[in-house]
Ligand binder design. Structure first.
Ligand code: GLN
Length: 308
């Protein structure tokens, strides 16, 4: 889009210029070869307005690996289909630990701290699998519907690569299974979880798909996915837990509910106003995109928008 064409176009162009001038871009995730090869200087950012208008800068239409961003959509589906029951198996407290950490599970009886660390997301995918028979397919369908992009899909090579390096996620799932907090056979659950993580989508797709969180639960077609109260709850958990052990710093700098993924994407919600998605594959040591967090920090600083 051209500068000035939309509400935040000028701000987006300014941010893209600032990000291009940075010399610290972090390093791409290196735990699977499919992500390790990415150029950390790549950058895209999109804004979706509640009416479905979407625009952006840089590589805002470039599909990338959504990874943990899908955890938001899985949670929304589980809440929408089964309400409060999900909270029997997963908490709502920030963990203060890395996204793939095992340490808290033992003294918390196999109940993960929150749905946005891997252990908690495995529980959500397990329940969604129970409810629908195809957790990953349901997440893909939600993204396709809300974005209007029927090409959003799994990347089988990414899922296979995750599986080949999946000992840690397998350990999390087995450990929770020992407490009865995972109902499916662990290999089946991991297959669903890795497929869900492997979904590729662009900043435009993900900003549009998260629109229901800015519209207080209302989907693109006007129907309700979540109640107003549930949308608030998902946003609250994103604010406190969406960027793992950096959630405090993210709230401090950005001031919005956000969810990151190791593919370098971050979605952020300005309730009632718009949704944002930024992508840049270079990560910090917590697994959050360096330029992504910086760009969102600049967005809320320049516009004055935040939940505070
Ligand atoms: N697929 C990744 C994993 O399970 C997702 C983690 C993330 O994006 N933080 O390790």
């Amino acid at each position: 889009s051209r500068p000035g064409e939309h509400r935040f176009s000028a701000v987006l162009h300014r941010i893209a210029e600032e990000m291009a001038a940075r010399d610290d871009h972090g390093a791409p995730a290196d735990y699977i070869p499919m992500l390790a090869g990415a150029d950390p200087r790549r950058f895209g950012m999109a804004v979706a307005e509640p009416d479905g208008t979407v625009y952006g800068v840089g590589e805002w239409r470039q599909p990338f690996s959504a990874q943990s961003i899908t955890k938001v959509f899985a949670l929304a589906l589980a809440l929408s289909l089964d309400g409060e029951r999900i909270w029997r198996g997963v908490g709502r407290e920030p963990s203060g630990n890395p996204f793939n950490s095992l340490v808290q599970l033992e003294y918390e009886n196999g109940i993960p701290r929150n749905p946005f660390i891997n252990a908690g997301a495995l529980v959500v995918t397990d329940r969604l699998q129970e409810l629908t028979g195809d957790a990953a397919g349901q997440v893909r369908e939600l993204l396709r519907r809300e974005s209007g992009n029927p090409d959003i899909d799994f990347v089988p090579e990414v899922a296979a690569s995750e599986a080949a390096h999946g000992d840690r996620n397998a350990a999390l799932a087995h450990f929770m299974a020992a407490y009865g907090n995972v109902t499916h056979p662990v290999p089946d659950l991991l297959t669903a979880y890795f497929r869900q993580c492997s979904i590729e989508a662009s900043c435009a797709d993900l900003a549009l798909s998260a629109g229901f969180l800015a519209r207080h639960g209302v989907r693109a077609d006007g129907s309700a996915l979540l109640t107003r109260s549930q949308a608030k709850q998902v946003n609250a958990v994103m604010l406190t837990c969406g960027t793992y052990d950096a959630a405090g710093e993210f709230a401090y700098r950005v001031g919005l509910p956000g969810k990151s993924g190791v593919g370098g994407g971050i979605i952020a919600i300005v309730p009632g106003e718009c949704t944002l998605c930024v992508w840049s594959p270079g990560l910090d040591r917590r697994g959050n995109s360096v330029a992504g967090v910086a760009a969102l920090d600049r967005f809320t600083t320049l516009t004055g928008l935040s939940v505070f």
